[in-house]
Design a protein around this ligand. Structure first.
Ligand SMILES: Cc1cc2nc3c(=O)[nH]c(=O)nc-3n(C[C@H](O)[C@H](O)[C@H](O)COP(=O)(O)O)c2cc1C
Length: 383
């Protein structure tokens, strides 16, 4: 795969290897994409403290997320249609995460099913739940995740309705892809992708097809979401889902201190400060800007995680310094997957691990567990 030194290298490669409609699906935010951009750029506004002449030997990035050991506090975000970035994408990414010692989170809207991923992994992965109006289907999903021995349920709360993403509409995104001249051209110019896709049976939403009743037009993601996702989802639903699941529960999509306090009262194990990678409420603050306020509100009572805009190990370190016990990466691993399948995801994780390790040392620290606000020189988002 050549010399890939930073996540941007993997993004460049993915753009060349993945058909435009699927590459754009990953590289898009809602409306003006302002929040999507801010997620990345706000990290660069936080400055680190350079320290010298401290012992830099024996460094460790090992830590815990919801009590589970992780080789570094970086999990793979749940992402829909991952099996369209690369054939069998979710299975390959899960294997890469397992080998790297970090959690993999499977999306409800994945191409490979819970059972597919369980069949190629040996350790438990996490499952992300979207709540549909069809409660029997939701209960069935929870039970399937339990049967597959998933070790955490990530309940996403910021997508009761879908944010408008212009690129997807213009591209006529669907899975499996339509066979119009435009879509055929997009695929024909990516022969490696096509060849691998022809070699797998997994080309539709396998968590859903054959499991949910009355699935009419699943190929149109936006139409299906509008029809099936529950716009009336409430805090009361969190209670019954928690009870039905009975295991570690992570609430995803919290961007406001008031919602963080509500989340606290559910008894969940962790919350993820997230704006869905800038794909939902464009115009909202970046995740890293809101992290200090949410940590200030609930950080001593519940484990706080964050995602959105992490493109380097430095970003992870900054999030940890501002109080995140764990972080997640979405696009970085998707770009890796598109660029080079399982090896590409491994490379993305290695890039981040190496950047984090060296940065930690240059900040004068040896153990990620000791990272706190003292490594920050300047933070415009401080409470
Ligand atoms: C292509 C794509 C698909 C996504 N699908 C889901 C999903 O199915 N469920 C979910 O909870 N979040 C989904 N997200 C949001 C991610 O879980 C995560 O919050 C976001 O990607 C983090 O930002 P980052 O991509 O900048 O790291 C998706 C994000 C992307 C980029």
């Amino acid at each position: 795969m050549g010399a890939n030194l930073e996540i941007a290298d993997l993004k460049k490669l993915a753009r060349r290897r993945v058909p435009k409609m699927f590459f754009d699906y990953a590289d898009s935010g809602a409306w003006t994409e302002g929040t999507y951009r801010a997620n990345e750029t706000d990290f660069s506004r936080i400055k680190l403290r350079q320290r010298i002449l401290v012992d830099m030997t024996n460094r460790s990035l090992a830590s815990e997320m919801i009590g589970q050991p992780v080789s570094m506090p970086v999990a793979l975000s749940p992402t829909g249609l991952t099996g369209m970035q690369h054939a069998d994408g979710e299975m390959l990414a899960a294997q890469a995460a397992e080998e790297a010692g970090v959690p993999f989170t499977l999306s409800t809207m994945s191409i490979c099913s819970i059972e597919d991923v369980a069949s190629v992994t040996t350790k438990p992965f996490w499952f992300q739940l979207y709540v549909m109006k069809d409660r029997d289907f939701v209960i069935n999903l929870i039970d399937r995740a339990k049967a597959a021995k998933c070790s955490a349920l990530v309940l996403t709360l910021d997508l009761q309705i879908l944010g408008q993403r212009h690129k997807d509409i213009r591209n006529g995104l669907s899975a499996p892809p339509k066979f119009t001249p435009k879509h055929i051209w997009q695929m024909a110019t990516r022969p490696g992708w096509c060849l691998k896709m022809l070699g797998t049976q997994r080309r539709t939403f396998r968590n859903i097809v054959g499991h949910a009743k009355s699935v009419t037009d699943l190929s149109s993601l936006s139409a299906w979401t509008a029809e099936q996702f529950d716009p009336k989802l409430s805090w009361n639903d969190v209670a019954w889902i928690k009870e039905r699941w009975g295991g570690p529960l992570i609430l995803k999509g919290i961007l406001d201190p008031e919602d963080a306090r509500m989340a606290l009262s559910t008894g969940a194990d962790a919350i993820i400060v997230s704006n869905h990678g800038g794909r939902q409420l464009d115009g909202a603050h970046s995740s890293i800007a809101m992290l200090p306020r949410i940590v200030d509100a609930v950080g001593d009572k519940i484990e706080v995680h964050m995602d959105g805009g992490i493109r380097s190990g430095q970003d992870v370190l900054k999030a940890v310094a501002l109080g995140a016990k764990g972080t997640y990466i979405g696009r970085p691993f998707l770009y890796g997957l598109g660029a080079g399948g399982k090896q590409g995801v491994t490379t993305a994780l290695e890039i981040i691990r190496k950047e984090m390790d060296i940065t930690m040392a240059l900040c004068g620290k040896r153990d990620i567990k000791t990272i706190d606000g003292s490594i920050i020189a300047e933070n415009p988002f401080a409470v």
